[in-house]
Design a protein around this ligand. Structure first.
Ligand code: C2E
Ligand code: CA
Ligand code: CA
Length: 511
C-alpha cells in the first residue's frame, strides 16, 4: 500500500467510523487499514446489489463488536433502509423503519407478532460500568437478535433500551418468548466484566390486537411497561390494558388541574408506640379527589406523576401543606410529629433540603418534629445524590426513615452506610405475619439487626390485635395500620387525639 493509498484508506475508515458513531481512539494499524478497505469494498458490492449473502460475513478481528455493527448496518442498507432509518449504534433499523415495515405487512395482509423487549438494568450498568459498556451491551443484544433469525424475524431498536422483533406468527407465542429470553439472556463478556442481561418482554399479534401500525406499536409499549412491573417480566397485550391506559392518560392530563383547583388533600395516619400505646406521630399521605373518578389513593396516581415529570410539582405542594399543617397544630398547643414521603424525583433535587429548611423556618416548625420517608428503590436511582440530601436533612434535625423495607434488594448492612434513623418494615411482611412463619422470621431478624444498628423500627399494615402482639413479642418499636386508624382528614386529627385512649384497644404491655 503506497502513501496516497494509505491516506485515502485512513480517511475512508474515519468516514465509515463516523457514519456509525464509532470513535476511533487509537492510531490505526496497517492491519486495520487493510480491513477497512475490505469493508469498503464489501459495502460497495452490497449497496450495488451484486453480492451473495455469504460474502457479507466479516472476519473476526480485534474490534468484533464494531465490525458486527457494520455488518448489521450493511444488511439494513441492503434491505433498502435510508440512513436516517438505521440506528447508528447497533446498525439495525429504527422505530421509523419498524413502523414502515409494520405498515407494509398490514398492506399485504400478512399476519405477524410484535415482540418488544427492554433491558431492565441499562441505567445501572451505565452508571456503574460506564456508558461504553452500556453501548456494547446494546450492540451485543442487537447481534444476538439478528443471529436468531427465527420466524423470519426482523429486528429494530426503538431507542433507549428497547428493541422490537417483528416475526411471522409462531404456532406458540409463549414458546417464542421463552426461546427469545433463553437466547438473549446468556452471560456476556464486555470489557472484562461478565454481564447477564435482564430483559422484560411483551407480545402482541396482528390482526388480533390492532389494525394500524402506530396503534400496534403503542400497545406493545403499554404491555411492556406492565411486563417491567410484573414478576415474570412478560406480558401479552390485552384489550383491558388500553382502558387502563386511557384512564392513565386522563389522570396525566388532569394532574396540573389537581393542584390548581385544590383537588389534592393530605390525610394523616397515626402511629403508636407499641409498648404503651401512646401516639408516636402521623404519616402524611396524599389523596386526590378527582371530579369524575372519585377519591384516588396515592398508589393510583403517584407512579404516573413520577414517570411524567409532575412529581416535583406535587412533592413541593405536599411538603408545604404538611409543614403548614404542623404549624397550625403547634399554634393550637398540640404540636405533632409528622412523617412525609419523598419520591425519587425529590431525592435528585439538590435544592430540596434548602427549600424544606426555608419552609420550616418560615412557619416556625421545629425540624425535629418532621420525619422524611424514602424507599430503597428511589434511593437507588441516584444513590450518591440521595445520600447527600439525606445527610443534609439529618444535619438540620429532620429524621430520616427507610420505607417499605424488605421489598427492594438492599441488605441492612448496605443500608447501614446511609444516614438513617428509622426503618419501616413493609406491610407485605406484616400483613402475613400471623400465617407465614417465614415472614415472622424475617421480621424478627430485621428488628433485631436494625436495633443493633441503632435504628428505630416501625411496622406498617398492622390490621389486627394479633399483628400487634406478634410485633410486640419481636421487639418492634412502633405500629401503624388500620387497627389503630385509617388516615384521617387534617381537621379530624385533633378530635381523634381527644378521644384516643392507649389502654382501650392497643395497650400491649404485659405481652
Ligand atoms: P406507604 O408510604 O407505604 O404508605 C402506607 C400505605 O399503606 C398507604 O397507602 C396506606 O393507606 C396504606 N395502609 C396503611 N395502613 C394499612 C393497613 O393496615 N393495611 C393495608 N393493607 N394498608 C395500609 P396509600 O395512601 O395508597 O399510599 C401508597 C403509597 O404512595 C405510599 O406507601 C407512599 O409510598 C406513596 N405516597 C403516599 N403519599 C405520598 C406523598 O405525599 N409523597 C410521595 N412521594 N409518596 C406518597
Ligand atoms: Ca411511607
Ligand atoms: Ca410503606
Amino acid at each position: 500500500m503506497n502513501r496516497t493509498d494509505r491516506r485515502s484508506s485512513h480517511r475512508l475508515v474515519r468516514g465509515v467510523a463516523n457514519a456509525f458513531g464509532i470513535g476511533l481512539r487509537r492510531r490505526l494499524g496497517l492491519g486495520l487499514l487493510k480491513l477497512a478497505l475490505t469493508i469498503a469494498r464489501m459495502a460497495d458490492r452490497l449497496l450495488s446489489g451484486g453480492d451473495n449473502p455469504q460474502s457479507t460475513a466479516l472476519p473476526s478481528g480485534r474490534h468484533p463488536t464494531h465490525l458486527r455493527t457494520l455488518q448489521a448496518w450493511l444488511q439494513a442498507r441492503k434491505a433498502g433502509l435510508q440512513a436516517m432509518d438505521v440506528d447508528p449504534l447497533t446498525g439495525i433499523g429504527t422505530r421509523q423503519a419498524a413502523l414502515g415495515e409494520i405498515g407494509r405487512l398490514i398492506e399485504h395482509s400478512e399476519n405477524f407478532v410484535l415482540l418488544r423487549m427492554s433491558i431492565n438494568n441499562l441505567k445501572t450498568i451505565n452508571q456503574h460500568l460506564g456508558n461504553g459498556v452500556g453501548d456494547q451491551l446494546l450492540v451485543a443484544l442487537a447481534q444476538r437478535l439478528l443471529q436468531l433469525q427465527f420466524h423470519r424475524g426482523q429486528v429494530y431498536r426503538l431507542g433507549g433500551d428497547e428493541f422490537l422483533m417483528l416475526a411471522a406468527c409462531p404456532a406458540n407465542p409463549t414458546e417464542l418468548h421463552e426461546h427469545l429470553r433463553q437466547a438473549l439472556c446468556q452471560p456476556l463478556e464486555l470489557e472484562g466484566t461478565s454481564l447477564i442481561p435482564s430483559l422484560s418482554l411483551s407480545a402482541l399479534s396482528y390482526p388480533e390486537h390492532g389494525q394500524e401500525a402506530r396503534r400496534l406499536l403503542r400497545r406493545s409499549g403499554i404491555a411492556l411497561s406492565l411486563a417491567r412491573q410484573g414478576h415474570d417480566g412478560y406480558r401479552v397485550y390485552q384489550e383491558e390494558l388500553d382502558l387502563r391506559d386511557d384512564r392513565e392518560r386522563q389522570l396525566l392530563r388532569d394532574m396540573v388541574l389537581a393542584v390548581r383547583d385544590d383537588q389534592l388533600r393530605v390525610v394523616y395516619q397515626p402511629k403508636i408506640h407499641i409498648a404503651d400505646g401512646r401516639i408516636a406521630g402521623f404519616e402524611a399521605l396524599l389523596q386526590w379527589q378527582h371530579p369524575q373518578l372519585g377519591l384516588l389513593q396515592a398508589d393510583t396516581f403517584l407512579p404516573l406523576a413520577v414517570a411524567s415529570g409532575h412529581m416535583a410539582l406535587l412533592g413541593d405542594w405536599m411538603l408545604e401543606q404538611v409543614i403548614g399543617q404542623m404549624a397550625g397544630w403547634a399554634a393550637k398547643g398540640r404540636p405533632q410529629h409528622v412523617a412525609a414521603n419523598l419520591s425519587a424525583v425529590d431525592l435528585e433535587d439538590a435544592q430540596l433540603s434548602r427549600r424544606i429548611a426555608g419552609w420550616l423556618a418560615e412557619r416556625g416548625v421545629d425540624p425535629r418534629l418532621l420525619m422524611l420517608e424514602v424507599t430503597e428503590q428511589s434511593m437507588m436511582r441516584e444513590p450518591a445524590l440521595a445520600a447527600r440530601l439525606l445527610g443534609e436533612l439529618r444535619e438540620s434535625g429532620i429524621q430520616v426513615a427507610i420505607d417499605d423495607f424488605g421489598t427492594g434488594y438492599s441488605s441492612l448492612t448496605q443500608l447501614r452506610r446511609l444516614p438513617l434513623d428509622v426503618l419501616k418494615i413493609d406491610k407485605s411482611f406484616v400483613l402475613d405475619l400471623p400465617n407465614q412463619p417465614d415472614d415472622a422470621l424475617i421480621v424478627d431478624a430485621t428488628i433485631a439487626l436494625a436495633h443493633r444498628f441503632g435504628l428505630l423500627v416501625i411496622a406498617e399494615g398492622v390490621e389486627s390485635r394479633r399483628h400487634l402482639d406478634l410485633l410486640a413479642a419481636a421487639g418492634c418499636d412502633q405500629a401503624q395500620g388500620f387497627l389503630i386508624s385509617t388516615a384521617l382528614d387534617a381537621d379530624a386529627v385533633l378530635g381523634w387525639l381527644a378521644t384516643y385512649s392507649p389502654s382501650a384497644r392497643h395497650n400491649v404491655a404485659g405481652c
